[in-house]
Write a protein that binds this ligand. Structure first.
Ligand SMILES: CC(C)(COP(=O)(O)OP(=O)(O)OC[C@H]1O[C@@H](n2cnc3c(N)ncnc32)[C@H](O)[C@@H]1OP(=O)(O)O)[C@@H](O)C(=O)NCCC(=O)NCCS
Length: 182
C-alpha cells in the first residue's frame, strides 16, 4: 500500500455509550444532526491546505509535497478506481478519505483499499467518517469490486473501533517486514 494513515494511536477512545437515562445520552442526536449537514464530494485543489492541516493535526507533520503528489494521483474526481473525497460541513472541509482499486495485489482479485481517513477533531463522532466510507464504497461498487480492505497500526484502537463499527473484520493476509540495514 502507498500509505496507511492509521496513526493516531490509542488516544481519544470514547467509552461505550450509556443508557438513555444518563447525561451522555444526548450524543446520538448531536451526531445525527452533524451527519445530516455533511456533503461528501471529490477533493478540489483549493481544499488542499485544509487537508494538509487536518493531517498535520493528527500526525504532527506537515507534508505538502506528499499531499500535492496524492492530489495529482487521486484528485481528478472522475475515476471510481481512484478516489480522494472530502466531507464538507457548512462550507468547511471536516475530513477526507482516500482509496483505490488494486488489481491482483498479493494474488487477490481486484479489491478496494482505503489507505487514508481523517476527520478534524472538532467534527468527530458526528457520523462524518461513516458517510465518507459509504461514498467510497459506492464508488468502488461502481468500479466493479466487491471487497474492501485496509491496514492499520496494531495499537491504533481508535481507527480499529471505527472500521469494526463499519463491519470490517480481520482479513486473510498477515503483514511481514524486515530491516534493510547492513
Ligand atoms: C477514526 C475517525 C476517522 C472516526 O471519525 P468519526 O467521524 O468520528 O467517526 P463516526 O462518527 O462516523 O463514527 C462511526 C463509529 O466509529 C466508532 N468510533 C468513532 N470514534 C470513536 C471513539 N472515539 N471511540 C470509540 N468508538 C469510536 C463508533 O462505533 C462510531 O459509531 P457510533 O457513534 O454509532 O457509536 C476519526 O476519529 C479520526 O480521524 N481519527 C484520527 C485519525 C486516524 O487515526 N485516522 C485513521 C487513519 S486511516
Amino acid at each position: 500500500m502507498t500509505r496507511v494513515t492509521t496513526r493516531a494511536g490509542a488516544g481519544n477512545i470514547r467509552p461505550r455509550r450509556r443508557p438513555a437515562s444518563t447525561a451522555q445520552a444526548a450524543a446520538p442526536e448531536v451526531a445525527s444532526q452533524v451527519a445530516s449537514q455533511v456533503a461528501v464530494r471529490a477533493v478540489r485543489r483549493q481544499d488542499l491546505d485544509r487537508v494538509i492541516a487536518i493531517d498535520a493535526s493528527v500526525t504532527g507533520v506537515e507534508k505538502r509535497a506528499y499531499w500535492l503528489s496524492v492530489l495529482r494521483r487521486y484528485g481528478d474526481g472522475e475515476t471510481p478506481e481512484r478516489q480522494f473525497l472530502v466531507a464538507e460541513v457548512d462550507g468547511r472541509v471536516a475530513g477526507f478519505i482516500i482509496g483505490e482499486v488494486r488489481d491482483w495485489e498479493f494474488g487477490a482479485p481486484p479489491c478496494g483499499w482505503v489507505f487514508a481517513i481523517d476527520v478534524a477533531p472538532e467534527f468527530r463522532l458526528g457520523g462524518i467518517a461513516t458517510r465518507m466510507l459509504d461514498a467510497l464504497r459506492t464508488g468502488f461498487r461502481r468500479a466493479g469490486v466487491r471487497k474492501l480492505r485496509t491496514m492499520l497500526a496494531r495499537d491504533n484502537t481508535l481507527i480499529l473501533s471505527f472500521f469494526r463499527s463499519q463491519g470490517m473484520m480481520t482479513g486473510p493476509f498477515i503483514p511481514l517486514e524486515m530491516d534493510l540495514d547492513g
